[in-house]
Design a binder for this molecule. Sequence first.
Ligand code: GDP
Length: 302
Amino acid sequence: RLQRLRARLVKSNTIFGKGLLALLASDKIDENVWDEVEETLLLADLGTEPTTELVDALRERVKVLGSRSPEDVKALLREELIKLVDPSMDRSLKVERKNGHPAVVIVVGVNGVGKTTTVGKLARVLVAEDKDVILGAADTFRAAAAEQLATWGQRVGVPTVKSDIDGADPASVAFESVKAGIEQEVDVVMVDTAGRLQNKVGLMDELGKVKRVIEKLAEVDEVLLVLDATTGQNGLNQAKVFSEVVNITGIVLTKLDGTAKGGIVVAIQKALGVPVKLVGLGEGPDDLAPFEADTFVDALLN
Ligand code: GDP
C-alpha cells in the first residue's frame, strides 16, 4: 500500500523525500540552506505558520544532533512531519447505522473539485465493506451531475435517487434520498450537493436547507468537504467559506496525484481544525484512500 501511495505522490515525494532530505543532509547547514528549506516547504503549500514551526523545530534538532547521517536526518524529519500532520486526530468515518437509522453523509465542495467522483469511489469502498448504500443526487444545478452520479451508482451497484426535473430543489432530492434510505434500511445514505460559491449567503441558504430538511428524518453523521489539492491557497479560501456555512466533519483532498503541493494537508487541517479523512489519488474507482499521518509521511519521504 505504501508503494502504491508513494507512486501516486511522486511529485510531492520529489520535494520532500529528495529535495528536503538532500538539503538537510548537507555537510554544513548555513542560513542559505535554511532559506532553501523554507522555500521548499512553502512551495509544497505547507503554509507559512507550519513552515516556520517546522523549520524552527528542525534547526533545534539539527543543532542538538551535531554530526548527522542521512538516516538521522530522515528520522527526525519524519518525526516532525508526523507531528505536524497530527496523528491524534480522529479520521474514522461515521458510517454505521444507529438508532435504527442509516448513517447520513453529505458531500460538499465547489464544482470541479471531484465531489461526484469521490461519492462514487467512497460508495465502492463502503460496498466492499458489505454495506448497503443509497446515493442522493442533490447537485441539481449542473445538468450532467445527476447522470454522472447515477453512472457511478450503476458501476458500483448501488441505487441513486435523483429528480427528473432540471433545477429541482436540492433539499427535496436530499429528503427523498434519506427517506428511501430509511425505508430500505440501508447502512449509508450519501448525498452529493451542488457547490455554487458565488456568494456566501446563497450557499448558506442552500446547504443549510439541505441539512435542515435531512435532519427532519435522521441525524447527519458526516459533512465531508471535498477540496482540490492542486488549487493550493484557493482551496484554503473555499474551506474557510464552507466551514462558516456548515459544520464540516472531515476533509477529502482530491487530486493529490499530479501535484507537489502535498503540504496542503497540513495547511488545511491547521486552518480548519478538521481532519483530512480521505485522499483522492486518481480518476479511477479505486483511487481513494483513507488518510493516515504516518503512512502519508512515509510515502513522502521514502
Ligand atoms: P465535481 O464537479 O466536484 O463533482 O467534480 P467531478 O467529480 O466531476 O470531477 C472533476 C474532474 O476531476 C473529473 O475529471 C474527475 O475524474 C477528476 N478527479 C476527481 N478526483 C480526482 C483525483 O483524485 N485525481 C485526479 N487526477 N483527478 C480526479
